[in-house]
Design a protein around this ligand. Structure first.
Ligand SMILES: N[C@@H](CCC(=O)N[C@@H](CS)C(=O)NCC(=O)O)C(=O)O
Length: 149
């Protein structure tokens, strides 16, 4: 029996989307609550150590950090999204970390304060996306044609 899950979200947050992809891919029943990050509710500030979304409430207990939330969701359900081989799994985790870094770069890109910063961030993003594309060769997912092998 799965715990009661509630994903605390914001409409524009790519980190939330990452947790959501895991929930949807593994067909996990969940509730969702959106908050306004420009006007964070008191209850959220009390339970979120970094004041960021996503949070996952697990029977009322708080999990934070999207990659950790994804790992947890994967572990409590059958048929892991990770490949079984330890080295391949570690490589996938490396690229998950690369993805975390990329999301931060994207945030820096759309928050650029001037044209020069915008252009530098744009070029950096392109270089990073090219690295990612090179890893994927001709297949759409790291595990091949499908998200899960
Ligand atoms: N490393 C965190 C990043 C989460 C994050 O930066 N979320 C943003 C929204 S996309 C946020 O809540 N920002 C509010 C703030 O920093 O005050 C994760 O992966 O969950």
């Amino acid at each position: 029996m799965l715990p009661k899950l509630k994903l605390i979200s914001h409409t524009l947050c790519p980190y939330v989307q990452r947790s959501l992809i895991t929930v949807l891919e593994k067909q996990i029943p969940y509730d969702r609550e959106y908050i306004d990050l420009a006007n964070k509710p008191d209850w959220f500030l009390k339970i979120s150590p970094l004041g960021r979304v996503p949070l996952l409430l697990v029977d009322g207990e708080v999990l934070f950090e999207s990659a950790v939330i994804c790992e947890y969701l994967d572990e409590i359900t059958p048929d892991s999204l990770h490949p079984p081989d330890a080295l391949t799994k570690a490589k996938h985790r490396s690229w998950i970390e690369f993805g975390s870094n990329l999301l931060t770069k994207i945030a820096g890109f759309y928050a650029a304060k001037d044209q020069e910063t915008f252009e530098a961030k744009r070029l950096d993003l392109i270089a990073n996306l090219e690295l990612l594309e090179a890893q994927l060769d001709a297949v759409p997912f790291f595990a091949g044609e499908k998200l899960i092998d």
